[in-house]
Design a protein around this ligand. Sequence first.
Ligand code: 13P
Length: 251
Amino acid sequence: MRKPIIAANWKMNKGPKEAAEFVTNFKLDASELEKVDVVIAAPFVDLSVLVGNGFGVAAQNCSDQDSGALTGETSVAMLKEVGVEYILTGHSERRSIFGETDALINAKNCKILDAGLTPIFCIGETLEERESGKLEEVLKTQVTEGLKGICNEGILNVVIAYEPVWAIGTGVTASKEQAQEAHVIVRRLVAELYSTELAAQVRIQYGGSMKPANADELLGQADIDGGLVGGASLEPESFHSLIKSAVATVA
Ligand code: 13P
């Protein structure tokens, strides 16, 4: 049984003061945390404000290097030291705006796993790729390249986030059928690289305009194990509502 994981991606929103306010207004029951892993991925300056409040904390980026003359970079060890447990990798904004390649994303995934932390490894196709029939090809390249060199034990500590680029921040959500179909493809790709047994244990989140109005039907799909949420995670109430939807999927 895969434990659902609902993660907020605040992107470049909220400084430490707003993060602290959010925490004050965001109260989870122990029973919710038992059933669902809850994570907030926040700007670096907020991380120490968020740590220690019952939910998991994620950084939105890290270096693939350990230390050195790399102005502006933050190492995985530094993030671990402040209590971060998860780190986003491969987000479409990092791929498209900051030019991150599959090879760099792979290096970060390996570095994060080596430190005993969990990468939330994002993949997904653009509208153009989908419309030209390249969905599977794009996902295959991203999955294969991004997971290169990760062993059987490692893959169990990876969370994959399927985020169709055309659904991110657009208000256009993949239908439950489109999302489920893509998740099945991703799980099959993982099975081809590892095994059906291991792939069945890997958590795959959906991301892209997930909100309270569509969370039940998305999270109700057999291969959708949670969500990576931008806009709807910025207010405690709407984020909490998504967590409740995930709790409702757990028997
Ligand atoms: P939205 O939920 O705002 O579409 O963002 C999704 C996302 O990019 C999460 O990483």
